[in-house]
Design a protein around this ligand. Structure first.
Ligand code: BGC
Length: 680
């Protein structure tokens, strides 16, 4: 049974103390509280038991910012660990590791004086071009949920509040303050809400709304989004803040269920006038303040110094964890003729070149963490292979052609505030093709936050390693995988399409608009544009399977240097009632001569139903470490929720009796064993 986080002070006790404090607050005090201070603080009310509360980003460790207007309240840390990005974390399919990762991040928050971590981000990967995909956990709501619940418990176990973001349907960064996501009820519930629900059920203490509109209203001022979906339906009872400058109408904000406008009072700047004119009531403002107070009291933020400067995170342990996550989350996509692993000291001459050889690959925006002890890919390769590695700055045809092996680094720079093209720029594509044409023993290392177009050259590349943005230690893991010191085990939390036109998100950019780079995106002047989520629930592999389109790499795919076999599927009971637990077991064997790790996946298919259902949906997975020749039995339990869908007529989850097929495999595409079961 999953044990959710319980705050140190209960809701009831926090509520009583919040009421006491509230009684002593003037209107001005209350207005100071409902808007942020100095970009990353909740304000203090001196003499009334309310100290400053500090928040920090978030995505792959604690971001050290220079933009805090008042830097006297907390002392910046001299360093913070750059962990791998969340899409890499999700590629580990290891919830226990996610919990440890989040605990390390939480410890660095405590050292930094931050009470709220402004993460985890958890929007679903709908469009491969989205600039923030690296900050999220991939395309599947079940995998995202298992990761997020562990993230929440891990980070909050350190006394730091998680902030689930960005609520909700914030699936592109193309003119992010201008987009209107149009999403139907079933799709919302099956695809876009489960991750948030899992985080809330795990005890998350804060939620951040998103920049976009949902069905016509800005999320941060939408009573439907906050009161109806978040508070009433998902049962969230703690703090709700806006994303940074994302609400516009004070009256709406006040009645939406939102509590805190960040980074400062803007839409709410005229609250006094609204109160005077009777458009809003002081009781509405009191409610906002109550949520802020209760959350901070329940977490103990008012009862400890903002920063304990004597507290030093265990950086050595954190760096080790960062490396371990990278080792588990880098995905081997191709390995023709077992070109990998590359034997060390084999005398082979290896040419290293390309985009991120010397420069650290990383995502941009609020997610960026500088790190320390950063090891470039070139340094990591030299550490692993010594003087076998020869670096060339630009493409030298004879060196490349005559090398025994070539390691080519390619990738994208992904960042919030913009989407990037699925296709690589023409000059980069040309270089890749030239290297591959010159030497057919070229290993391609990809750094990116999501999928990219590999079709133009994939047939020429014998090996591809998808390394995402690996943080400060990520390149060491790449080199260790190349040499075979580490046997790769990561699997894709996304599908990678053959061409962007194949994907469910294709067509989201209005006809006469262009992808852009840079800051133009944040202008408030454009008309909002609509993004109809016309594919409905068919996102990611649900889409490719439904449309019978073969992606280049399917969801859940990743190679190992070991080979695994699956057998002996047993399911009991085969005919079950809604109160039953269905127990699934099967055996995995490592048929190779080295230790390897397999991530077994369980998908459910409903054969016939009143509403269209995906051909398969992930409902269980397990990561198994197996010695050479070893077998293990895997057990996965299913409950009625795993067989249910959101019924838009009934407005609730519903399990329709009938035949289901349980699929077990090594990816969404490679199903190895299956059996039918029947819901009576
Ligand atoms: C981002 C948030 C981030 C906030 C504070 C915004 O631009 O969308 O994810 O937490 O800035 O830095």
């Amino acid at each position: 049974m999953f044990k959710p986080f319980v705050p140190p002070v209960s809701y009831q006790v926090a509520d009583i103390r919040a009421e006491e404090i509230l009684k002593g607050l003037s209107i001005d005090d209350k207005l100071k509280l409902i808007g942020g201070y100095s970009r990353f603080f909740i304000n203090t009310i001196p003499g009334k038991g309310i100290p400053y509360v500090f928040m920090t980003d978030a995505t792959q460790g604690v971001r050290l910012v220079t933009s805090i207007k008042d830097s006297t309240i907390v002392k910046q840390l001299s360093k913070t660990t750059a962990f791998p990005c969340p899409i890499l974390l999700s590629s580990t399919w290891n919830p226990a590791l996610v919990r440890q990762y989040a605990k390390c991040v939480g410890e660095e928050c405590r050292a930094a004086g931050a009470s709220f971590l402004l993460g985890p981000g958890m929007n679903i990967y709908r469009i491969s071009q989205c600039g923030r995909n690296f900050e999220y956990f991939g395309e599947d709501p079940f995998l995202t949920s298992r990761m997020i619940e562990n993230y929440v418990v891990g980070v909050q176990s350190t006394g730091t509040s998680a902030t689930l973001k960005h609520f909700v349907c914030n699936n592109t960064d193309f003119y992010r303050r201008r987009s209107n996501s149009i999403v139907d009820e079933r799709t919302l519930n099956e695809i876009y809400l489960p991750g948030f629900k899992a985080g809330i059920d795990a005890g998350a203490m804060a939620v951040m709304t998103s920049y976009n509109k949902l069905n016509g209203e800005w999320c941060g001022q939408s009573s439907y989004v906050i009161n109806d979906l978040l508070r009433n339906q998902l049962g969230f009872k703690w703090l709700v803040m806006t994303d940074w400058t994302s609400v516009y109408d004070g009256t709406k904000v006040i009645s939406s269920g939102l509590d805190l406008e960040m980074p400062e009072l803007k839409a709410l700047a005229n609250t006094k006038a609204l109160l005077d004119s009777g458009k809003v009531k002081i009781t509405d403002i009191d409610n906002m303040v109550r949520y802020i107070l209760r959350t901070c009291i329940a977490m103990g933020f008012y009862d400890r110094p903002i920063q304990d400067t004597t507290f030093q995170p265990d950086y050595i342990a954190h760096e080790k964890l960062a490396l371990d996550v990278a080792r588990q989350g880098i995905v081997l996509l191709k390995n023709d003729g077992n070109i990998l692993p590359v034997k060390k000291n084999s005398g082979l001459k290896i040419i290293a070149l390309g985009k991120y050889m010397k420069e650290m690959a990383h995502g941009g925006g609020a997610a960026y963490v500088k790190g320390y002890n950063n090891i470039s890919l070139l340094e990591a390769l030299q550490n692993e292979f010594g003087n076998q590695i020869e670096f060339i700055d630009s493409l030298g045809e004879s060196e490349v052609a005559s090398a025994d092996l070539v390691i080519l680094s390619i990738g994208t720079f992904d960042t919030e505030g913009a989407d990037r093209s699925f296709d690589l720029p023409a000059n980069e594509l040309q270089n890749i093709n030239r290297v591959l044409d010159l030497n057919d023993k070229t290993i391609v290392i990809v750094n990116s936050g999501g999928g990219m177009n590999m079709s133009p050259w994939i047939d020429k590349a014998p090996a591809i390693l998808y390394a995402w943005y690996g943080g400060q230690a990520g390149n060491t893991a790449v080199a260790e995988i190349l040499s075979g010191k580490v046997n790769p085990s990561g699997k894709l939390p996304i599908s990678i399409e053959r061409k962007f036109e194949d994907s469910p998100g294709f067509g989201y950019i209005p006809a006469d608009w262009q992808l852009y780079s840079g800051k133009t995106s944040d202008q408030f002047t454009h008309e909002a544009y609509d993004i109809p989520y016309k594919e409905g629930i068919f996102v990611g592999y649900r889409w490719y399977e439904h449309k019978n389109i073969k992606p280049l790499f399917p969801f859940g795919f990743g190679l190992s240097y070991s080979k695994f076999t699956y057998s002996n599927l047993k399911i009991s009971p085969k005919k079950f009632k809604s109160i039953d637990t269905v127990e699934v077991s099967f055996t995995i064997k490592n048929e190779s001569v080295i230790t390897g790790t397999e991530i077994a996946q369980l998908y459910i298919q409903q054969v016939e139903s009143k509403f269209p259902r995906p051909l398969k949906e992930l409902k269980g997975f397990q990561k198994v470490v197996l010695n050479a020749g070893e077998s293990k039995e895997v057990k996965i339990k299913l409950s009625i929720e795993d067989f249910s869908y959101w019924n838009p007529d009934l407005h609730r989850w519903f399990a329709e009796p009938g035949k289901f097929i349980i699929h077990i495999g090594s990816s969404s595409e490679n199903i190895i064993i299956k059996q039918a079961v029947y819901l009576l």
